[in-house]
Design a protein around this ligand. Structure first.
Ligand code: IPD
Ligand code: CA
Ligand code: CA
Length: 254
């Protein structure tokens, strides 16, 4: 099934790459945009994924199906972010990725994150390891002091800005430098492939992490909320994704 989902993600990537001018529509809240392409990709994903798993439920960021219901806790549920990195997409900044998570009985089962611009497929199946373009990948075993850290600004929750930057300020002297990419799924995949060793963000949604957190865990990362608890896989949460090299949760989170 993973191969079939990858093939669908790649087709969706063509839609993303061929979009000429994104027709921007505003959603609720600060800088929370949705483009016609987000909606087009989500509709495409639902149509194609239904063909391979007709019994699955769907939770997607766009188009009103964004509430996690009790029905989604049993059996299969696809969790979709058609474009993670919508602001990047609007401003032609990079990266933007397609994120497809599949839950089975409420637990992460398959995760696919696809960056169509660099043709990078991140994939994982629970218990079977994480892969980049079919090659097994592992997170880095270097300490925080020798690595980059990425963080998300939780842009739609302005009340978290001060706390976000307080934490960032404390982490900066502990690591080589900080980065902010604009996509949470990509950030976790970067920790998974060893480009950086930690990602944090104070509030992300299930569709931001359903695929990437599994990929990271399968690459040996530890993914928790800021209190060190496992992610809920039912909705919004804070998140810290650490590589193998970052054995302890830095105490600035607790
Ligand atoms: C956002 C991106 C961003 C993160 C936000 C997410 P979107 O998703 O992942 O990096 O900081 O928390 O909501 O809106 O581009 O799909
Ligand atoms: Ca997102
Ligand atoms: Ca999105």
């Amino acid at each position: 099934m993973t191969d079939q989902i990858v093939s669908i993600a790649k087709q969706a990537g063509e839609i993303m790459k061929s979009a000429v001018k994104p027709g921007v529509m505003e959603k609720s809240g600060h800088a929370n945009f949705c483009t016609e392409t987000d909606e087009k990709i989500q509709a495409f994903l639902i149509e194609k994924l239904k063909e391979i798993l007709p019994e699955a439920e769907f939770l997607g960021e766009e188009d009103g199906q964004d509430v996690f219901t009790s029905k989604m806790k049993s059996g299969y549920c696809f969790v979709l972010d058609p474009i993670d990195g919508t602001s990047n997409f609007i401003y032609s900044y990079r990266p933007s990725v397609i994120s497809i998570g599949l839950l089975k009985d409420g637990k992460p089962y398959i995760g696919i994150v696809y960056d169509p611009y660099d043709d990078m497929v991140f994939s994982a199946e629970r218990g079977k390891g994480a892969y980049l373009n079919g090659e097994r990948m592992m997170s880095a075993d270097t300490p925080l002091s020798d690595s980059l850290v990425v963080f998300g600004t939780a842009p739609y929750y302005t009340e978290l800005q001060d706390e976000t930057f307080e934490i960032a300020k404390k982490i900066l002297p502990m690591c080589v430098d900080l980065r902010r990419s604009g996509t949470a799924a990509w950030d976790m995949c970067c920790v998974a492939m060893g480009r950086c060793n930690m990602y944090f963000e104070l509030k992300i949604q299930l569709w931001d992490y359903a695929a990437a957190a599994l990929i990271a865990e399968e690459a040996g990362c530890i993914v928790t909320d800021t209190a060190g608890r496992p992610l809920s896989y039912t909705g919004a949460t804070s998140a810290v994704c650490r590589s193998r090299g970052v054995r302890e949760l830095p105490d600035c989170f607790v």
